[in-house]
Write a protein that binds this ligand. Structure first.
Ligand code: GLU
Length: 304
């Protein structure tokens, strides 16, 4: 498969379509990005690396970071994590409070804000210096010391983070948060502020296409079974209330963020990252979704 040719060809086709999405503005700093930015990068397990457009520009990965938090917590506490957070799609908005009442503070899955807040609590309980240890872990996966948080984005989200503050306190009221809510929320906002380019994102996530092993040296980030489960969660819960649609049209496990990024994994083949900041009504990158649908259709490779 000539991925290089395919990426360029699909990019040229999608680049000029009308972008019907809207930039996320509920976090004020997010709205300052150039709405026309559009980048794609693929990293394959056969070491093909190829990007086009704004693939080298860092952007706010937002909810994509929830996958990284889950991975570190899964490494630290193993299957105990599933006592604190479920593995079901929610059918509700990513920042919804409603199900938590009936579910007594156990979020439906780790990619909802509520789920990532519980995962943040687990990390705080199990790391000595959570903020530093987490970024060290992320850097070590792809051997990239340039990865980091954005204080500007974290601060901006903190100032308007009323729903996340409510979620954390609500979960705490059920005894399902062990640390101080302010500490958990600080960590959560830092987590969401991680910045990366499409190139860095696809390189970082490539181990999920390789049964949990880093491609360069076969170091295990996750066991084979854990890697399969993280991919399963991305397939069923990775795209807010549009996860079914993404599985239907693109057919790959993945995760999106309100910064307009998407990472998608083809097990045994590649990791691909797309960034275009305007979001569709469900909160996923409008052009990113269309690009990936066209890309997987044209590549005729599927996990199904
Ligand atoms: N930091 C964002 C929030 O908590 C993450 C949203 C997202 O990318 O889904 O609202």
């Amino acid at each position: 498969m000539n991925f290089e040719y395919l990426i360029r060809d699909v990019y040229q086709k999608i680049k000029n379509i009308e972008d019907k999405g809207e930039i996320a503005s509920y976090i004020p700093e997010l709205s300052k990005v150039d709405p026309k930015s559009f980048g794609v990068h693929i990293s394959t397990i056969n070491q093909v690396n190829c990007g086009i457009g704004n693939y080298n520009e860092k952007f706010s990965i937002q909810s994509i970071a929830k996958v990284l938090a889950l991975i570190l917590a899964y490494r630290l506490v193993g299957d105990e994590i599933w006592d604190r957070v479920g593995v079901e799609p929610s059918g509700t908005a990513f920042n919804s409070l409603v199900q938590l009442e009936a579910d007594k503070g156990i979020p439906r899955n780790p990619f909802l804000n509520a789920g990532a807040i519980v995962v943040s609590d687990i990390l705080i309980s199990n790391l000595r210096n959570p903020k530093e240890d987490f970024i060290d872990f992320v850097r070590s996966i792809s051997n990239n010391t340039s990865l980091g948080y954005s204080n500007r984005i974290a601060q901006s989200e903190k100032e308007v983070g009323y729903r996340n503050i409510a979620l954390c306190n609500f979960i705490k009221s059920f005894g399902q948060i062990q640390n101080k809510p302010s500490d958990v929320l600080d960590f959560y906002f830092d987590l969401c502020s991680l910045e990366m380019s499409c190139k860095e994102l696809s390189e970082l996530f490539l181990f999920l296409a390789n049964n949990g092993l880093r491609v360069e040296n076969n170091e295990a980030i996750l066991s084979e079974s854990q890697s399969k489960r993280v991919n399963a969660l991305m397939q069923t819960c990775g795209f807010y209330d549009e996860s079914g649609e993404f599985a239907f049209k693109v057919g790959l496990p993945g995760k999106s963020g309100v910064g307009g990024g998407i990472i998608a994994i083809h097990p045994d083949q590649y990791a691909i990252a797309v960034w275009s900041p305007k979001l569709n009504k469900k909160g996923n990158s409008h052009k990113g979704m269309i690009f990936l649908e066209e890309f997987t259709t044209r590549s005729e490779l599927s996990i199904f």
